[in-house]
Ligand binder design. Structure first.
Ligand SMILES: [Zn+2]
Length: 397
């Protein structure tokens, strides 16, 4: 048994409760054994790390990104000429970049099965260092639909979508990704699947105990996802292309009532627009997401890293823009990055909060993100499953 004791200046547990000051957290093997006030701690022989000037949080979670992609050259991944070994090595490097900025768990929301599952398994087996990967593998999409030529498992009709879910489960998917509508830059108002097909996807996924995450922009597509009981909606922009934005308050109420988690990918075009490129108008997008929040919808932190100009080491942009553009409180944003994101991946019993019994995924920051959210960039230590995988600057021991 290995035991590590950390003294922590400020502990934010991920549930939204007020921070605890001057705490001791004891890690035994890969789990949190105890959290107690420092003054009450019985000092043992175990290894000791002094983080009394730092803020400790649960490891950050990104529910939606694509580690096999290349944000500098996003078409590259989909070039059939490209050597799959190159894509694989790039995926490992991308995952490690995310880890260094505190992302201890990531949800890969669309990739080729034969690349993403072996990368996940190699990290889980400890063969290479990296964040825990929860991967959908290929996404369900009808022929010619969004991403069909990239990482699609082409399927339409109730029987075919059921077969596609079974095939993904057999291939090792951790959840099911479905393209319920076209993409933002395409005709986002167009639904790819009927309500009957979405119901079939959900019910087949249930048989394999898998959550369904649906990419959905257009209002009709979002409405059908909600009616089908899909657990996660990605983007959720109510954007219908030339027909504009069409927010439906009834649908928003239902999303909140059913505890459907939205991964807004709220940073998606930000860097691209900053760089002078094209993107969906941010003011409009933000007003849609603010209306969802007003209806009580829960957001999970999600970057869509891998799309053009959205890089893997820029996770902190999510909380920064959630505060600045969406008006979420700093504490609310920290919950979106931890507890809610863990729930979106179905891992709420193991991850996302700092509590005895949970897996010891931790991030220590120099500074206080409740006062200044950009402190999310000031990483001093990253621990996954009780192992320190990254540290920056001097730590006493
Ligand atoms: Zn995506």
């Amino acid at each position: 048994m290995t035991q590590v004791t950390l003294r922590v200046g400020r502990l934010i547990d991920g549930t939204g409760q007020d921070p605890l000051l001057d705490q001791t957290i004891i890690i035994e093997n890969e789990r949190i054994r105890a959290i107690t006030p420092w003054q009450d701690t019985h000092h043992s022989q175990s290894a000791f790390i002094d983080l009394s000037d730092a803020t400790l949080l649960p490891g950050f979670i990104d529910t939606h990104l694509h580690i096999t992609a290349d944000p500098g050259n996003p078409e590259d991944i989909y070039n059939p000429e490209q050597n799959p070994v190159e894509i694989t090595l790039r995926a490992v490097s991308n995952a490690q970049a995310a880890l260094r900025v505190g992302v201890t768990t990531l949800g890969d929301c669309g990739a080729q099965n034969h690349i993403i599952f072996p990368v996940r398994d190699a990290i889980n087996a400890g063969q290479i260092s990296g964040p825990r990967i929860i991967a959908s593998g290929a996404a369900l999409v009808p022929a010619g639909g969004h991403g069909a030529d990239k990482f699609g498992v082409i399927s339409s009709g109730v029987d075919e979508v059921r077969a596609a879910v079974r095939a993904q489960a057999r291939a090792g998917a951790d959840f099911i990704k479905v393209m319920a509508t076209a993409g933002g830059g395409e005709e986002p108002g167009v639904s790819h699947y009927s309500l009957e097909e979405l119901i079939a996807i959900r019910s087949e996924a249930d048989r394999h105990n898998l959550i369904v995450a649906a990419h959905a922009h257009g209002t009709g597509g979002i409405r059908d996802c909600v009616a089908a009981g899909i657990q996660r909606i990605e983007h959720c922009t109510f954007y219908n292309g030339e027909r504009g934005f069409d927010f439906d308050a009834q649908v928003a109420k239902e999303i909140a009532r059913r505890d459907i988690i939205v991964s807004p990918t709220n940073v998606i075009d930000y860097r691209r627009i900053q760089a002078g490129g094209e993107g969906t108008p941010r003011g409009k997008l933000n007003s849609i997401w603010r209306q969802l929040l007003d209806h009580g919808v829960h957001f999970a932190a999600s970057s869509d890293a891998g799309v053009k100009d959205m890089f893997y080491d820029d996770y902190a942009l999510i909380p920064e823009l959630m505060v600045k553009e969406l008006g979420i409180s700093e504490m609310g944003v920290l919950v979106a990055c931890t507890q809610t994101a863990a729930t979106a991946l179905g891992l709420q019993d193991e991850l996302g909060t700092l509590e005895p019994g949970k897996i010891a995924d931790l991030v220590a920051l120099n500074g206080n993100p409740l006062e200044d959210i950009t402190a999310m960039r000031a990483i001093c230590l990253v621990m996954r499953s009780g192992e320190i995988l990254h540290q920056q600057g001097h730590l006493d021991d």
